[in-house]
Design a binder for this molecule. Structure first.
Ligand code: G3P
Ligand code: CA
Length: 246
C-alpha cells in the first residue's frame, strides 16, 4: 500500500482517526484526512441484503444505538441507528457507512486498507471485487484479513488487487509467510508489540511491505519508524504525522 507520490512510511488511519472520532464513520475518515493521513484502514461485513458495510464488530451493539448481528440487518435498518453519539454527543447523527460511501468520499490519492471481517466465503470476495471495478478503485486498495482463505480467493478473482496478511502472533520470519500461506501478498500487517527489526528488514528486502498495527503511543511510533516499516496503522494519524515531521 505504498503511497503513490510520498516517501515511506505512510500514515494509515485505523478505522479513521478512531482515537478522536467514532470509529469507521465518515466523520472519522474526514478527520483523518484533515490530519494528513495517506490511507484509511477500515473493517467490512456483509449486511442481510448483501451490501458491504463498514463496521468492526459482528454486531452493531457496541458502536451504535441499535442491537443485533450485522448480517441479520439490512442497510436500511442499520441506517436508523446512531453510530456517533456513543463516542461523543457531538458526533450524534453519524451512521454506519457502506464501503461504497467511504470510497466515494475518499480522494483519489488516498489509499484504503479494507480489512475483511465478515461475509468470508458468502459472497464478500466477489462483491468487493465487483464494487472496486465499478468504482475504478482497484489500484488504490489493499485488502487484508486474518483469514488467508479469503486472500487466496481474491488472488484468483482479481490478481492485480493487493492483499495483505494480518498477524497477531510473533512469527519470526515474516518474509517467508506469504509463500507459506499460499498467498501472493503485497504486505504483512503484524501486531506491532511483537515485531522485530530483523523481520522488517527481511520482508522489505524482498519487496514485501510491512504495516504494523495499532501504534498509538509516541514511543511505539518512534520504534516502528526506526525499524524502517513501510507504514504505520494508528488511531492517531495526526500525532504520527507530527512526529514524522519533527
Ligand atoms: O488491520 C489491523 C487491525 O485493524 C486489526 O485488528 O481488531 O483493530 O480490526 P482490529
Ligand atoms: Ca481492522
Amino acid at each position: 500500500m505504498c503511497s503513490l507520490n510520498k516517501e515511506l512510511p505512510i500514515v494509515i488511519a485505523h478505522r479513521g482517526a478512531a482515537g478522536e472520532a467514532p470509529e469507521n464513520t465518515l466523520a472519522a475518515f474526514q478527520l483523518a484526512l484533515e490530519q494528513g493521513c495517506d490511507a484509511f484502514e477500515l473493517d467490512v461485513h456483509l449486511s442481510k441484503d448483501g451490501q458491504i458495510v463498514v463496521i468492526h464488530d459482528f454486531s452493531v451493539d457496541r458502536t451504535t444505538s441499535g442491537q443485533g448481528a450485522v448480517n441479520q440487518l439490512t442497510v436500511e435498518e442499520m441506517k436508523q441507528f446512531d453510530a456517533g453519539a456513543w463516542f461523543n454527543p457531538t458526533y450524534a447523527g453519524e451512521r454506519i457507512p457502506t464501503l461504497e460511501e467511504v470510497i466515494a468520499m475518499t480522494p483519489a490519492h488516498i489509499q484504503i486498507n479494507v480489512e475483511i471481517k465478515g461475509g468470508i466465503g458468502q459472497g464478500m470476495e466477489e462483491k468487493l471485487v465487483e464494487l472496486l471495478r465499478r468504482m475504478n478503485r482497484t489500484a488504490s486498495i489493499i485488502v487484508s484479513s486474518f483469514h488467508f482463505d479469503c486472500l487466496r480467493t481474491l488472488n484468483q478473482l482479481e490478481p492485480s488487487l493487493r492483499v495483505g496478511l494480518l498477524y497477531d502472533l510473533n512469527l519470526k520470519d515474516y518474509a517467508l509467510l506469504p509463500k507459506a500461506a499460499g498467498v501472493d501478498a503485497y504486505s504483512l500487517h503484524p501486531l506491532f508489540m511483537r515485531l522485530e527489526a530483523e523481520a522488517v528488514r527481511a520482508a522489505v528486502a524482498q519487496g514485501v511491505a510491512v504495516f504494523p498495527w495499532t501504534v498509538n503511543g509516541e514511543e511505539g511510533m518512534a520504534a516502528m519508524l526506526e525499524m524502517g516499516v513501510s507504514g504505520i496503522i494508528t488511531d492517531f494519524p495526526g500525532k504520527l504525522r507530527k512526529l514524522m515531521e519533527q
